[in-house]
Design a protein around this ligand. Structure first.
Ligand code: SAM
Length: 296
C-alpha cells in the first residue's frame, strides 16, 4: 500500500513539475487545453499493459491520450490488430503519424485529433490510458455504459477509485515502480428477470432479482413460492455463474451459467438431486425499467 501511494504521488508530482517547469509544454498547454500533460509510458510498462490486454485477432485497441502513439504502434506491430490513438494536441498526432509510418504500420493504425471526453470509442475491445485519477473517474461512466461487456481497460499508474481492478501489477522503469491495472467491463444485469423451468417434473415460475455494484452481484432467486438468496458472485464481461441450493431434506443444487445479451440471459442449469444429475437450458428476460446504474 505504502509503495502504491509513494508511486502514485511520485508520478503526480512528476507530472505537476513538468507542467510547471517545462517551457515547451507550457506553450503547448496554452495553445490547447490539456487535461493531462504529455509523459510517455516507458516501453517496459507497455510490455506489461499489452500482456494484460491479451490481444487477439479482431481486437480494436484505443489509447485515450495517445501521446507519440507508442502504445497504438506497439499493439499493431505485435498483434497485427487495428488500433486508434486519440489526442487533443495536434503536435502529438503529427508525431504519432510519423512514428507509425516509420514502424510500417500505417495501414493498421489511425490517429485522431479529438478530445477524449467527446470521442466515440465504443467500438474498442481494449482501451489503454495513462491519464490522471480525476480524468479516469470522468471517463468511468462512459466506459461502463458505452463499451461492450468484456472490453479490457488497462491503465498505467492510476486507478478507478472504488471500481476494483481484476488485476494489478508493478513494473520497474525509470527509477519508479509503475502500477498497471486491468478492469473488464461487466454487463449490467441489475433488475428483475423472469423465466420458466421444469423442476421435479413441475413447470416452475422462476424470478431472479439482482443487485449489482460494478462486477459484483447478489440477490435472490424465486422458484414458485420458494425464495433462495443468491450468494455474492462476480460477472466476467457478459458471463455469469452462480450456484444455489434449495433447503430441506430433498435439497436440489442448481448451478446456473449464462451469457447476457442486452435484455436476455441464455444458458444452462446443472441440476443435482441426490445422486441424479441433469442439465436444462434457461432463457430469462429482464422486466422493463428494472435495470439500475452499477456505479457506486
Ligand atoms: C500522460 S500522456 C500519455 C501518452 C501515451 N498514452 C503514453 O502512455 O505514452 C497523456 C496524453 O493525453 C493527452 N491529452 C490530455 N488531455 C486530453 C484530452 N482532453 N483529450 C485528448 N487527449 C488529451 C496529452 O496531450 C498527452 O499526450
Amino acid at each position: 500500500m505504502g509503495k502504491k501511494i509513494f508511486c502514485r504521488w511520485s508520478l503526480l508530482s512528476f507530472l505537476i513539475l513538468i507542467l510547471t517547469w517545462a517551457p515547451g509544454l507550457e506553450l503547448s498547454a496554452q495553445e490547447v487545453h490539456l487535461d493531462v500533460p504529455y509523459v510517455p509510458t516507458p516501453y517496459e510498462v507497455i510490455e506489461e499493459m499489452l500482456r494484460f490486454a491479451e490481444l487477439k485477432k479482431g481486437d480494436i485497441l484505443y489509447d485515450l491520450g495517445c501521446g507519440d502513439g507508442r502504445i497504438v504502434i506497439e499493439a499493431a506491430k505485435r498483434a497485427g490488430i487495428m488500433a486508434v490513438g486519440i489526442d487533443i494536441d495536434p503536435q502529438r498526432i503529427k508525431e504519432s503519424r510519423e512514428n507509425a509510418r516509420r514502424a510500417g504500420v500505417e495501414n493498421l493504425v489511425e490517429f485522431r485529433r479529438q478530445d477524449i471526453f467527446e470521442a466515440d470509442f465504443s467500438e474498442a475491445t481494449v482501451v489503454t490510458m495513462y491519464l490522471l485519477p480525476n480524468v479516469n473517474l470522468r471517463l468511468r461512466p462512459t466506459i461502463l455504459s458505452s463499451l461492450k461487456p468484456g472490453t479490457r481497460i488497462i491503465s498505467h499508474s492510476f486507478d478507478m477509485d472504488n471500481w476494483k481492478p481484476e488485476k494489478m501489477t508493478y513494473v520497474a522503469a525509470d527509477l519508479y515502480a509503475h502500477t498497471v491495472y486491468l478492469w473488464i467491463v461487466p454487463a449490467n444485469i441489475s433488475g428483475i428477470w423472469d423465466w420458466k423451468m421444469n423442476l421435479n417434473k413441475k413447470n416452475t415460475r422462476c424470478q431472479m432479482e439482482v443487485e449489482q455494484e460494478f462486477q459484483y452481484l447478489s440477490g435472490q432467486l424465486q422458484l414458485d413460492d420458494l425464495t433462495i438468496p443468491i450468494p455474492e458472485t462476480k460477472i466476467y464481461g457478459d458471463k455469469i455463474e452462480f450456484e444455489v441450493q434449495t433447503p430441506g431434506q430433498k435439497s436440489v443444487n442448481l448451478k446456473f451459467t449464462g451469457q447476457v445479451q442486452g435484455e436476455w440471459i441464455t444458458g444452462t442449469v446443472a441440476i443435482t438431486t441426490g445422486q441424479k444429475n441433469s442439465n436444462q437450458s434457461w432463457k430469462a428476460l429482464r422486466r422493463p425499467g428494472t435495470a439500475r446504474s452499477i456505479e457506486r
